[in-house]
Design a protein around this ligand. Structure first.
Ligand SMILES: [Zn+2]
Ligand SMILES: [Zn+2]
Length: 231
């Protein structure tokens, strides 16, 4: 199968690789429909600060070139014997961040800062390939009304929603956003829309790539645009 394999800064190759092994008892194999790239991928394109090119990752054990892709949507084509919440043929988004379920952070429910956290597509092979294998526990069903384009952005969308929940921005509160590139407006937009829409995923695909984002209705979050910082 074809995959986008990262060999080091400035060196990503589309090449033929072996298809993933059959899923373990708690895993699924998906046929990837679409993927997206984010700042994490871009940073690794400049410098291999995260990909374990020179030795095995402490938890994943992966070493060397890695198949990129931690933001993808795909269809389940095989599932392990213990997987009961996902069906063959179902569209899913793998969250991509591994958590152990046993460390103190996991037991607090804060699986995103698991002491044994690692990221598929960075610390282990990911989903920029025709097929990919992921743990079923992190693979979320995608509702039919959600486009592939939007679903491919569900992982960063989840990061944004989590940050907003932790930040506790209140209605009618004035906020300042710094480092305006693509994600802060994305977060503000999600916050705005979260007052009126139960479906984040179906809206994610229509978000503007940059600039100030406003709700189509009234804007409960007041925004102040600051001039960019000179470098
Ligand atoms: Zn990302
Ligand atoms: Zn953990």
């Amino acid at each position: 199968m074809k995959a986008a394999v990262y060999y080091g800064p400035g060196d990503v190759r589309i090449e033929d690789v072996r298809e993933p092994e059959p899923p373990g008892p708690a895993e699924v194999v998906i046929q990837v429909k679409m993927g997206s790239l984010c700042g994490t991928d871009a940073s690794q394109y400049k410098a291999a600060t995260m990909v374990p090119l020179d030795g095995p990752h402490r938890v994943s054990g992966h070493s060397g070139p890695v198949i990129l892709g931690h933001e993808v949507v795909g269809v389940v084509v095989a599932r392990g014997s213990e997987v009961t919440h996902l069906e063959i043929g179902q569209r899913v988004v793998p969250g991509a961040g591994w958590w152990c379920g046993e460390c103190p952070r996991c037991k607090e429910g804060r699986i995103n800062i698991c002491e044994n956290y690692y990221l598929y597509g960075i610390h282990a092979n990911g989903g920029l390939a025709e097929f990919a294998r992921f743990p079923a526990q992190m693979s979320m069903p995608v509702p039919p009304e959600c486009s592939d384009e939007a679903a491919a952005m569900a992982q960063p969308c989840a990061v944004a929603l989590h940050a907003l929940a932790r930040g506790r921005i209140a209605i009618d509160q004035t906020v300042a956003a710094s480092g305006i590139y693509s994600w802060p407006p994305y977060r503000l937009r999600l916050r705005v829309d979260s007052e009126s829409s139960p479906s984040m995923l179906s809206r994610a695909g229509s978000l503007p790539p940059s600039g100030w984002a406003r709700s189509p209705r009234s804007t409960p979050v007041r925004m102040i645009q600051l001039p960019p910082l000179s470098s």
